[in-house]
Design a protein around this ligand. Structure first.
Ligand code: PMV
Length: 297
């Protein structure tokens, strides 16, 4: 049997932005829906150790956060060595806490022989990082009751990303959500709208309506960013180059290409399309952005 665990990162189509409470599981302010990467993952193994030590991509990390998280799952645990590697280009700005916490809880489950259900592992992962609970299903819904469950569609959705920056984000999504929540005048509307997008997205996926999936993703993405720009002080993760890529994707659409964008807590722009269109859309994007493009789904 393998002595490690792997989890893939996920990208939200309907965005999670805002925490309501921990019960101890995370109850998000808004529901979200995500698609699992088939390319980018974190691989984690746990060993017994004299000291708590966390090694990420071959570098010892000076961070207690993950051990505080493990303490919540296993009080009175032995000291541990946690070794993680991300297969994504180091700090691609895509290295996501989602795959990190999903791999970690899976490895805790394996190492301590907890035998938890996928449902429980997803909820436990969301205590570490809100988006991590969604990394247990190919298409995942995370609702405002705190339930995380799989969805299905016949659409064969593929996704790539334009890597604009490889820097670590200046402000964590945790902090940024708090600022939005406390200071944006759009939060009440965000709650109402994103719930509408969530319900409509479930229907669009069920009905294999890709146009609707794309439109709803962009609506949820744009609104999430509006909760940041309307915060006091106003902030954004998007750069001029992000906006330029988004505009380029919109221009392709006006030329008849079925391609949509999404962005998260960083400047990189993801774009998605159906498998049938993959060749022609990737060709055009590669011509424009070259080796800035990586495959995500
Ligand atoms: O998992 P967190 O707490 O880093 O939140 C991530 C939030 C977004 O990536 C911006 C949106 C999402 O739903 O994944």
């Amino acid at each position: 049997m393998d002595n490690f665990s792997i989890a893939y990162m996920n990208i939200a189509l309907i965005k999670y932005w805002g925490k309501k409470e921990y019960t101890p599981y995370l109850i998000p302010l808004v529901p979200s829906i995500s698609i699992l990467s088939s390319k980018l993952y974190t691989k984690t193994s746990i060993e017994e150790s004299k000291e708590d030590i966390f090694i990420l991509n071959n570098k010892v990390q000076n961070e207690k956060k993950i051990f505080e998280y493990i303490d919540k799952i296993i009080p009175n645990r032995p000291k541990l060595k946690v070794i993680s590697t991300n297969n994504m280009p180091t700090a691609a700005g895509l290295a996501s806490s989602a795959s990190g916490y999903a791999a970690l809880i899976s490895e805790i489950n394996r190492y301590f022989k907890l035998n938890y259900s996928t449902e429980k592992l997803a909820k436990l992962a969301s205590m570490g990082s809100g988006s991590a609970g969604r990394s247990f299903y190919k298409l995942s819904a995370f609702d405002t009751k705190g339930d995380i469950y799989p969805l299905s569609t016949n659409l064969d959705i593929r996704m790539s990303a334009v890597i604009i920056s490889r820097d670590k984000k200046k402000i964590s999504s945790r902090e940024a959500m708090e600022i939005s929540l406390k200071t944006s005048s759009l939060i009440e509307e965000w709650k109402i709208k994103n719930l509408e997008y969530f319900e409509a997205m479930k229907i669009a996926l069920r009905d294999d309506d890709f146009k609707k999936v794309g439109e709803l993703t962009e609506l949820s993405t744009d609104f999430m960013h509006k909760t940041m720009t309307s915060s006091k002080p106003s902030f954004t993760y998007l750069t001029e180059e992000s906006i330029e890529v988004i505009e380029y994707i919109k221009s392709l659409r006006s030329k008849g290409f079925s391609v949509y964008y999404t962005t998260d807590a960083g400047p990189n722009v993801k774009f998605f399309y159906l498998a049938n269109d993959e060749k022609k859309i990737k060709k055009i994007m590669l011509e424009k952005y070259g080796d800035k493009i990586i495959d995500v789904v």
